[in-house]
Design a protein around this ligand. Structure first.
Ligand code: MRU
Length: 376
C-alpha cells in the first residue's frame, strides 16, 4: 500500500475511488483530521487495508476486497495458463481476502457470488483472459449496485419511521451507532442512509450519534458525515444513551448490521445490544437497516456468529489504538468488535426490498422474505 496525495474536498466522503485498473481507499484511521487515500494494487494490499481498518463497514469491506483483486487481475502483465488456472488463481485470492475479518457476512457473500461468475466463465471461455474479464466486470457491478440498494433502504426506512409518528408530530430525532454511512458503503449508507432520507424529506428533528468506543467510528466518522451534510446532529458518549432515551430526546434507533441470522438475530458493532435493551425498556422502536447481502440464511440464530476480537491496543491506547497509551500498564483486556442483538429486541429489519417484520413474537422469518423478494 502506498500513501497517495490528498484529494480535494469533493471526495471527502468517498471511501472507495475506483476506475478500471486503479483502486484508492480513503484511510479512515486518519479521519476526520486528514484526508489521505491509499493506493491498493492487489489482494494483499486489500487484505491489510481491511484488517487494519483503512476501510471498514460490512458493505465497504466486501466491495474493497472484490475490487482489490479486480485491480490485480487487470494489471497482470502476463498469465500463462488455462481458463481453469485463472479460476484457481482468483478463487485462492478470494479465500485469502475472506480471512481478513470474520464477522461481516457481506465479504463471504461477495466471494461466493464472484466464485460462481469465475466458475461459469472458466467453463465457457477458451482463454484465461476472458475469466479475468468476467471477474472484473462482476466486481464492478457490486460497486454500482451498493449505492442503489442503500437509497432503497433509506426510503423504506424513512417511511417506516414515519409510521411511528404521532399525528401532531412532524419531526423525530433518531439515535444511531457506529458508522453506517458513505464511508461504510459505496455511498449514501444504510442506517445513516435512513437518517439522510428522513432529513431530505424534512422529517428529521436531529440525529444523535454515539462515540462508538473503542475505535470511535461514531465521533470520528459519523459525526464527520453529519457535519459534512449539514444534518442537525449531536454526539453523545456511548454511556449517555440510556439517559438520552429517558429524557425523551429520541423517538427511534437505527443501526447497521454485519450479519443477520435466519431468525433475525443481528451482529453489529459492540454496544448495539445495550442500545436495543435500553430502547426496549423505554418503548422506543429499534430498527436494523441492512442490505440483503448482510443476511446469512445458513445460520439459524445469532449463537453461531463468529465475533471478531481485536487488539487490546484499541482500548489501552488513545484514538482506538492509534495514539499513545492511556490505560494502566498490565491490565488485561477483552475487546470484542461486535455483539449480537436478539431478534426479540428488534422492531424490524429495513432492507432495499422492504421492511421485514416479525412473524412470531420473538423471531423474523428472513428466509421467507428473501425468497419472496428474490424470486423472479
Ligand atoms: O468494525 P467496523 O467499523 O467495520 O464495524 C462496522 C459496523 O458495525 C457497521 O454497523 C456495519 O458494518 C454496517 S455498515 C453499513
Amino acid at each position: 500500500m502506498e500513501a497517495d496525495s490528498k484529494l480535494n474536498d469533493s471526495h471527502a466522503l468517498q471511501s472507495i475511488c475506483y476506475k478500471r485498473g486503479s483502486l484508492r481507499l480513503l484511510d479512515q484511521r486518519k479521519l476526520p483530521l486528514e484526508t489521505v487515500y491509499l493506493d491498493i494494487r492487489n489482494a494483499s494490499d486489500g487484505w491489510f487495508a481491511i484488517r487494519d481498518m483503512v476501510v471498514r463497514g460490512a458493505p465497504a469491506i466486501a466491495i474493497a476486497a472484490a475490487l482489490s483483486l479486480a485491480v490485480e487481475a487487470f494489471n497482470l502483465e502476463a498469465f500463462h495458463g488455462t481458463p481453469n488456472d485463472a479460476a484457481s488463481f482468483l478463487i485462492q485470492k478470494l479465500e485469502y481476502l475472506v480471512s481478513s475479518r470474520p464477522t461481516a457476512v457481506n465479504l463471504s457473500d461477495a466471494a461466493t457470488k464472484l466464485k460462481e461468475v469465475i466458475a461459469k466463465a472458466a467453463s465457457t471461455s477458451p482463454e484465461a483472459k476472458a475469466v479475468f474479464q468476467a471477474y472484473i466486470e462482476a466486481a464492478e457491478i457490486m460497486l454500482e449496485e451498493d449505492v442503489a440498494s442503500n437509497k432503497g433502504i433509506g426510503s423504506y426506512g424513512a417511511s417506516c419511521f414515519q409510521s411511528h409518528q404521532l399525528k401532531d408530530e412532524t419531526k423525530m430525532s433518531i439515535l444511531t451507532h457506529c458508522n453506517t454511512g458513505s464511508l461504510a458503503t459505496a455511498g449514501y449508507g444504510t442506517a445513516l442512509g435512513v437518517i439522510r432520507s428522513l432529513h431530505a424529506q424534512g422529517l428529521l428533528e436531529r440525529a444523535y450519534c454515539t462515540e462508538t468506543r473503542p475505535f470511535n467510528q461514531g465521533s470520528r466518522l459519523t459525526a464527520f458525515e453529519l457535519v459534512h451534510d449539514k444534518i442537525p446532529a449531536t454526539l453523545v458518549a456511548d454511556s449517555a444513551a440510556a439517559a438520552l432515551m429517558k429524557a425523551g430526546r429520541v423517538q427511534g434507533v437505527v443501526v447497521g448490521a454485519d450479519r443477520v441470522a435466519a431468525n433475525g438475530d443481528t451482529a453489529n458493532k459492540i454496544g448495539t445490544y445495550s442500545l436495543a435493551l435500553c430502547a426496549k425498556y423505554h418503548g422506543i422502536p429499534f430498527y436494523v437497516a441492512a442490505p440483503l447481502t448482510s443476511i446469512d440464511l445458513a445460520l439459524p440464530s445469532g449463537d453461531d456468529i463468529v465475533i471478531e476480537e481485536r487488539s487490546p491496543k484499541e482500548l489501552l491506547n488513545a484514538r482506538g489504538g492509534l495514539g499513545e497509551q492511556v490505560a494502566a500498564s498490565g491490565i488485561s483486556v477483552w475487546n470484542p468488535a461486535f455483539d449480537v442483538t436478539p431478534a426479540n429486541l428488534i422492531a424490524g429489519i429495513i432492507t432495499e426490498k422492504g421492511v421485514i417484520t416479525k412473524t412470531r413474537d420473538d423471531a423474523f422469518d428472513m428466509k421467507e422474505f428473501v425468497q419472496k423478494v428474490t424470486t423472479p
